[in-house]
Design a protein around this ligand. Structure first.
Ligand code: 5GP
Ligand code: ZN
Length: 135
């Protein structure tokens, strides 16, 4: 299947890995909204929330919680957003289920900025090594 996140899950395309187990992979978004912006995906392909089986979804959301707690502690974030887009109309660009974890720093804000920054791969590599959860 010509799916970029399946290729990342299979190790055919490199990623800045943050967490991995049998079912789930988490890695840094290459165009981060904020420092530590991480994507959490099931290794098994599905397109979005609605075509994902409940067992897989339960595993993924548990890992979202685990990784979010870890990022918050490790990066000293004050909060975080969880984003999960379904369909082009909602801004979904990669058709493989993924949850965004976006750490937030500083004072109170209800604004969610969707404009991506431009990722510096050297910095992303260092950050992934710094925050990676050892299996
Ligand atoms: P969506 O808008 O579909 O919810 O978000 C897709 C996200 O995937 C975007 O934030 C984009 O930066 C990220 N992305 C696209 N291609 C790659 C890639 O090859 N590697 C990584 N790590 N992230 C990617
Ligand atoms: Zn896929």
């Amino acid at each position: 299947m010509n799916c970029i996140f399946c290729k990342i899950a299979a190790g055919e395309i490199p990623s800045f890995k943050v967490y991995e187990d049998d079912l789930v992979l988490a890695y840094l978004d290459i165009n981060p909204f904020a420092k530590g912006h991480t994507l959490v995906i099931p290794k098994k392909h599905s397109e979005g929330l609605l075509d994902t089986d409940d067992e897989t979804l339960a595993a993924v959301i548990q890992r979202v919680k685990k990784v979010a707690a870890h990022l918050k502690a490790k990066l000293g974030a004050d909060g975080f957003n969880i984003l999960q887009n379904n369909g082009e109309a909602a801004g979904q660009t990669v058709k493989h289920l993924h949850f965004h974890i976006v750490p937030r720093f500083g004072g109170a804000s209800t604004e969610i900025a969707f404009a991506n920054g431009k990722g510096d791969f050297g910095e992303l590599e260092k950050l992934a090594a710094q925050i990676r959860i050892q299996g």
